[in-house]
Design a protein around this ligand. Structure first.
Ligand SMILES: *[C@@H]1O[C@H](CO)[C@@H](O)[C@H](O)[C@H]1NC(C)=O
Length: 361
């Protein structure tokens, strides 16, 4: 074919692709535009679980530390003598162990029902923010195992925790990991430096320092549970730290970073934009769930099916973990954290379509 005829043919072919390319470009672009950042929402509740797997405490304000909310999962029960972590998965009655916090004396009181008595209680008291001196005088350093990590921790004396051996039906120890230490427990999975871009650590949480949950999402799940089995569950089963009102159920699946800041109604939007302060959370992964939410934290009764079965029907949403359903978002605080309280505004700063759960704890 002589060049003189080839060129018009090429041009015609190219031109005929132009509408298609334009169409594809717009579809791609419109999809992005059609899902703008959600409007700000607010914190409706804060929860801490001082001892891993034990009962939680609802609070109205606290400090967000780089390792998570102050007093969250800084203690855990371990086996003796090998110091292996114990969770609700091993023993659902652990949720009946209740820590309570007295700010005036800065103490935690730990109680549990006595195994062979209706009205007796097991109880001991510990400093909520123990000094180095108190730890040196009262505890012993051990190496505790939590999932695949072995990490140094302070083991409490049986003069305090002894009666709880009876509750567990075996010899146990309570161990403590301070939020600031020379031997922090590095984050695994999506929290590793190669994904997060910085070193970060937590105390005894399974994975990340903070779990954010949405009221809209738990309401949507409960609607399904009510229709199917005439039951509904409390969001505490999912053990979130920060509960937000939410705008649309499950929108949090795509959050990538959020800003938490105090709010004032009289403030104009541009003043808010200019104001510095607040704390930022990197939303690193969806939280893949096990069957722990089947346990009612008030009674320790375990439901045979729900909410596990329902979640398995429609909440397998992460390409990185196709055998577990997701609820809530795992987050890592940026910088040094700061004060946080119920009512604060939560603004999604970035969203992503590429969350992918990295397996491994
Ligand atoms: C407790 O359960 C966890 C998670 O299933 C497991 O890895 C651990 O080995 C169990 N510990 C004991 C002492 O049974």
């Amino acid at each position: 074919m002589p060049p003189s005829t080839a060129t018009p043919v090429t041009i015609i072919i190219c031109l005929s692709f132009l509408p298609l390319l334009t169409y594809l470009f717009y579809i791609h672009h419109l999809k992005r535009i059609s899902k703008p950042l959600p409007p700000p929402t607010r914190i409706t509740n804060l929860f801490i679980y001082p001892i891993k797997s034990c009962h939680g405490i609802s609070i109205s304000s606290t400090t967000l530390l780089p390792t998570g909310l102050d007093l969250d999962r800084q203690w855990m029960w371990v086996t003796y003598p090998d110091h292996k972590f114990l969770t609700i998965r091993n023993f659902s009655k652990m949720t009946l162990i209740r820590p309570s916090y007295d700010a005036s004396t800065d103490t935690l009181t730990i109680t549990a029902p006595a195994p062979n008595s209706m009205d007796e209680k097991l109880e001991f008291e510990i400093p909520a923010h123990p000094s180095q001196k108190w730890l040196e005088e009262n505890t012993e350093m051990v190496r505790a195992t939590v999932w695949s990590a072995v990490t140094p921790a302070y083991s409490y004396p049986t003069t305090l925790t002894g009666p709880f051996n009876e509750f567990f039906g075996k010899e146990v120890r309570l161990v403590y990991k301070p939020p600031v230490s020379d031997s922090p427990r590095p984050l695994a999975g999506n929290g590793q430096k190669k994904y997060l871009g910085r070193d970060a650590s937590t105390c005894f949480a399974d994975l990340m320092p903070v779990l954010v949950g949405s009221e809209k999402s738990i309401a949507e799940l409960n609607e399904r549970l009510r229709k199917a089995e005439d039951i509904s569950i409390d969001v505490r089963r999912f053990r979130p730290n920060i509960l937000v009102e939410g705008i649309e159920a499950w929108d949090e699946d795509r959050w990538k970073s959020v800003l938490i800041a105090s709010t004032s109604k009289s403030e104009s939007w541009w003043r808010r934009k200019l104001r510095t302060g607040g704390v930022v959370l990197d939303v690193v992964a969806r939280c893949a769930r096990c069957r722990v939410p089947n346990v009612d934290p008030e009674t320790a009764d375990e439901h045979k099916r729900q909410p596990w079965d329902m979640l398995m029907k429609y909440r397998i949403v992460d390409p990185g973990i196709t055998f577990k359903p997701c609820f809530g978002m795992l987050c890592v605080p940026r910088g040094n954290g700061g004060s946080i309280e119920v009512g604060m505004r939560v603004e999604v700063m970035e969203v992503t379509e590429s969350h992918r759960y990295v397996v491994g704890m």
